[in-house]
Design a protein around this ligand. Structure first.
Ligand code: GLA
Length: 398
């Protein structure tokens, strides 16, 4: 870690803004995948300051904060206009950002915000292009702890760079990397440890360079939707990216849809189990002030959260696939493993797991993480009925 810090400091001195920016202020941020709430999936452009305060209160009251959900992240549409000095002001939906930050912090939570490296955000609001340091300073003055930096209107600038350098097919991507490194440097200059979330939908294999520009997490795909089809398309495609994730730098298959109403309980358990196996950030995206008991039990299953947050920080991957039946596993600290038996078909099906394939031939304990029951293997195998679009998630102890 110290070496990483030194390397970052030296690179910062040598090249200023360049594509090898390691955070010098916050080398220990996001040691486990960030957990919290984000306004976009439920509130989208309608989010207000009151909604965010309500979310903060609900995180505390529901027990989610104590289960690990600490970031309260405002997504797009909080931005107003810049004044004569270039300082950005929030719009009328957010009358007092400093007070909002204080409100969030007073509840033992952390404050997240959203912008774009381009002139506008994805929803067309004012963004940080040419005002990076000014915006970073503003966020720090409000007590911001997390920035989601969404590419969107930077894309035309990348296209212009490509057109200006026809012999350099990478000109656009270089500009993008520099834009992310520039914001990392600006955040660091504030002296406040701020998590940087790269949102550029997985372009140019971001997982191979996200860490080098100081990203703590990076979106690997386009937007999630509250449907089994889209959630499973994203989640089940993440296996090959496993080796790029680790403490401080995570693959982000997008925010959770649990509780938004478009999937069955079994489908949401699949969503949560898969994200936990993927060591994905767990950013709830529902209206926390109106949660059913089922939603709470999915978001707050501590056994499942422990899989996501396991200190080893290894992302899981697919072990086997037999038609619509898939087995995924994730190594855990202490030699344990999490195993998910997923049934993507539309018929409830019995699935079996050979424990030798997990590398733990004689486990001391096997727990079904959704029911909490202990299971006993027969002939070195576990058999379980897996519901339609559902999962049986196991923890296997050596
Ligand atoms: C993009 C992002 C979403 C959300 C919206 C906001 O689509 O991928 O997660 O932030 O912008 O406009």
């Amino acid at each position: 870690m110290r070496m990483q810090w030194l390397a970052g400091a030296v690179l910062g001195l040598v090249c200023g803004v360049c594509t090898a920016q390691v955070s010098t202020v916050a080398p220990t941020l996001a040691q486990t995948p960030p957990m919290g709430w984000n306004s976009w999936n439920h509130f989208a452009g309608k989010v207000t300051q009151q909604d965010v305060k309500d979310a903060a209160d609900a995180l505390v009251k529901s027990g989610m904060r104590d289960a690990g959900y600490v970031y309260v992240n405002i997504d797009d549409t909080w931005e107003g206009e810049r004044d004569m000095t270039g300082v950005l002001h929030a719009n009328s939906k957010f009358p007092d950002m400093k007070a909002l930050g204080d409100y969030i912090h007073a509840r033992g939570l952390k404050f997240g915000i959203y912008s774009s490296p381009g002139p506008k955000t994805c929803a067309g609001y004012v963004a940080s292009y040419n005002h990076e340091q000014q915006d970073a300073d503003l966020y720090a003055s409000w007590g911001v702890d997390y920035l989601k930096y969404d590419l969107c209107s930077f894309i035309p600038l990348m296209d212009a760079a490509k057109a200006a350098h026809p012999n350099d097919p990478d000109a656009g991507n270089k500009l993008m990397k520099d834009a992310y490194a520039k914001m990392r440097a600006a955040l660091d200059k504030t002296g406040r440890p701020i998590v940087l979330s790269l949102c550029q939908y997985g372009w140019d294999d971001v997982w191979t360079w996200g860490t080098s520009v100081g990203g703590n997490l990076w979106r690997t795909t386009g937007d999630i939707e509250d449907s089994y089809k889209r959630m499973s398309e994203i989640g089940f495609s993440q296996g090959p990216l496993a080796k790029y994730a680790g403490p401080g730098h995570w693959n982000d298959p997008d925010m959770l849809e649990v509780g938004n109403g478009g999937m069955t309980g079994d489908e949401y358990r699949t969503h949560m189990s898969l994200w936990a196996l993927l060591a994905a950030p767990l950013l709830a995206g529902n209206d926390l002030s109106k949660m059913s008991e089922d939603t709470k039990s999915i978001l707050m299953n501590k056994r499942v959260i422990a899989i996501d947050q396991d200190a080893l920080g290894v992302q899981g991957k697919r072990m086997s696939k037999n038609g619509d039946l898939e087995i995924w596993s994730k190594p855990l600290s202490g030699g344990a493993a999490a195993v998910g038996l997923f049934n993507r078909s539309s018929v409830a099906t019995t699935m079996s797991l050979k424990l030798s394939e997990v590398g733990i031939g004689s486990p001391s304990m096997i727990t079904d993480l959704w029911s909490g029951q202990k299971l006993v293997a027969k002939g070195g195998e576990i058999k379980a009925m897996v519901p339609v679009h559902g999962v049986v998630l196991l923890r296997v102890e050596p």
